[in-house]
Design a protein around this ligand. Structure first.
Ligand SMILES: C[S@@+](CC[C@H](N)C(=O)[O-])C[C@H]1O[C@@H](n2cnc3c(N)ncnc32)[C@H](O)[C@@H]1O
Length: 225
């Protein structure tokens, strides 16, 4: 059972959101076979809904992988809109480009290969929406630059902010009867980095933030005007 959303609820939501997009379904299936940490279709739809709601014309994504979430985002763009998406693994970036092409989105989606922490210094905003789904330990170091790249009223959306419940001290232990001696696993480096990020988001003077406890936790922050 998932530790945040019970399997039955996840199954119900998945059935409702069965849009029947063969390309996305195939990318998700192949990704699951390779254990790639892609968002699921519900988070994909959340991204598309949010991008549509803010009338996004320019979107930045950190962590492309093979382009699954990027396709959801790019589908919300108008014909001359643009998704810039950053990936440090060249093979994944190449595969993402091919997937964008198969989705008919090559003109609206551009993969920037390299270390996003360095690349974000070089891109020009403002962006209407930024999706942060890269290295969790870089969430805090990248935060202020990403906020600077957002337009007022724009959204910063971040995946995995509940980290399977590990950001809540004692929760995983109580939910899984994890032995006391294994409890340190709850507070590993990545968990601490995400917990710190959530605190930064909550206290950030330029942001209003809510966390949606779907899948692995998705934060949605709007930049104040
Ligand atoms: C969780 S996956 C992204 C999944 C993708 N957003 C999706 O749902 O379809 C994270 C990706 O970020 C990439 N990554 C990690 N650190 C990075 C960095 N510093 N710069 C660019 N990409 C990075 C990894 O190679 C990995 O492919």
């Amino acid at each position: 059972m998932g530790l945040i959303v019970p399997d039955a609820i996840e199954g119900y939501l998945a059935n409702l959101n069965h849009g029947g997009d063969p390309l996305l379904d195939e990318i998700a299936r192949k990704g699951a076979d390779r254990k790639l940490p892609l968002v699921d279709a519900e988070v994909g739809m959340l991204l598309r809904v949010l991008a549509t709601a803010v009338g996004a014309r320019k979107i930045l994504e950190i962590g492309t992988a093979v382009g699954y979430s990027g396709i959801w985002l790019a589908r919300a763009l108008p014909p001359h809109g643009m998704l810039l998406t950053m990936e440090m693994d060249p093979e994944r970036g190449q595969e993402a480009q091919e997937n964008f092409k198969s989705a008919g989105l090559s003109s609206r989606a551009s993969v920037i290969m390299g270390d996003a922490q360095r690349m974000i210094a070089k891109v020009a905003g403002p962006f209407d929406l930024i999706f942060q789904d890269g290295d969790k330990k870089l969430y805090v170091p990248m935060l202020d630059r990403l906020v600077a790249l957002l337009r007022p009223g724009g959204l910063l959306v971040t995946d995995n902010v509940l980290w399977d419940g590990k950001v809540v001290p004692g929760y995983v232990r109580s939910a899984t009867a994890l032995a006391e001696r294994d409890a340190s696993a709850e507070r590993d480096e990545t968990t601490r980095a995400i917990a710190e990020y959530n605190e930064r988001l909550a206290a950030h003077p330029a942001l209003l933030t809510t966390i949606v406890p779907m899948r692995d936790g998705v934060s949605i922050s709007v930049k104040r005007g």
